[in-house]
Design a protein around this ligand. Structure first.
Ligand SMILES: Nc1ncnc2c1ncn2[C@@H]1O[C@H](COP(=O)(O)OP(=O)(O)OP(=O)(O)O)[C@@H](O)[C@H]1O
Ligand SMILES: [Mg+2]
Length: 262
């Protein structure tokens, strides 16, 4: 799980789009992108990678549940369903009483037909969207869910996909730090269970959110300034002559370094 940091215009969106294989063909690109040793033309990156856009584009007339369900049905749900089934199998083995919520999912799942619905419900719950599941998404003309909820619908739409490489662009805009923490934390858990990859661009992550990441990429003017483990980032910049002041969040400090170098 990697945190992508950089000032506006540094090239975060461009990098994420390139990695997800969705960079517009009109743009020139150099270098190679390899997924586990396979180049982009050997498989369909759109099926294995999910790019969560910085902007929310939705059908205003659909409810939250319909939006996510539509996405699940179109893109497929892959391993998530199997994950839930595996959970129930192990719980039976260990004689653990399942959480009533999960139990309901599994009973629904047992009928087989409603796979997409089961996964949709699970994702809505994880992102805290269950309270507005049947509210219209809305737009400027049509009153719907709040801005922060809309942001989470954008994330939910891509989280239901079978992709194991997630690229998320500023998913925290319009959310408070505790909601961001919860969302990033649940993404972290899913990623670690399925052995996936997530690159998440965040503006001003709180220290506890920052601590959730394994790796950091710091961009400045389109150049990668740092790419490596989170633990070594302070040491690295100290050796370059940038010392993080006490009582300052590391993420804020990193965002400021670009100002000094630029
Ligand atoms: N089609 C294009 N043609 C020319 N320049 C472009 C094009 N698309 C993006 N750029 C430029 O590339 C740079 C990086 O843009 P990008 O959207 O990746 O920044 P960002 O880090 O995502 O910024 P923000 O945090 O504001 O979203 C910007 O200077 C932008 O103007
Ligand atoms: Mg951007």
């Amino acid at each position: 799980m990697t945190l992508l940091l950089g000032p506006p215009g540094a090239g975060k969106t461009s990098l994420l789009l390139a990695l997800a294989g969705t960079l517009p063909s009109s743009l020139k690109m150099s270098g190679d992108i390899i997924y586990n040793g396979h180049t982009m033309d050997e498989f369909v990156p759109r099926r294995s990678a999910a790019y969560v856009s910085q902007h929310d584009l939705h059908m205003a007339e659909l409810t939250v549940r319909e939006t996510v369900n539509f996405s699940a049905k179109c893109q497929g749900i892959g391993h998530r369903f199997d994950l839930l089934m595996e959970l129930s199998r192990r719980e039976k083995e260990e004689n653990i009483k399942p959480d009533p919520e999960i139990d309901i999912y599994l009973k629904a799942a047992a009928t087989g037909e409603q796979k997409a619905e089961v996964v949709t419900n699970h994702i809505l719950k994880v992102l805290g969207l269950d309270i507005c599941a049947d509210t219209l998404v809305g737009n400027n003309m049509l009153r719907g869910i709040s801005g922060g909820q809309k942001k989470r619908v954008t994330t939910a739409e891509m989280l239901v996909t079978p992709g194991r490489a997630l690229f998320m662009d500023e998913i925290s805009t319009g959310l408070d730090s505790s909601t961001t923490f919860q969302i990033v934390n649940s993404i972290r858990q899913t990623i670690h269970i399925i052995g996936g990859t997530a690159v998440i661009a965040l503006l001003q992550p709180a220290p506890e959110t920052y601590e959730l990441f394994d790796d950091i990429i710091l961009l400045s003017d389109g150049q990668v300034v740092y790419n490596g483990p989170r633990e070594h980032v302070l040491e690295f910049f100290k050796s370059m002559g940038f010392k993080c002041p006490e009582r300052k969040g590391v993420a804020d400090f990193l965002q400021e370094i670009k100002g000094n170098t630029g």
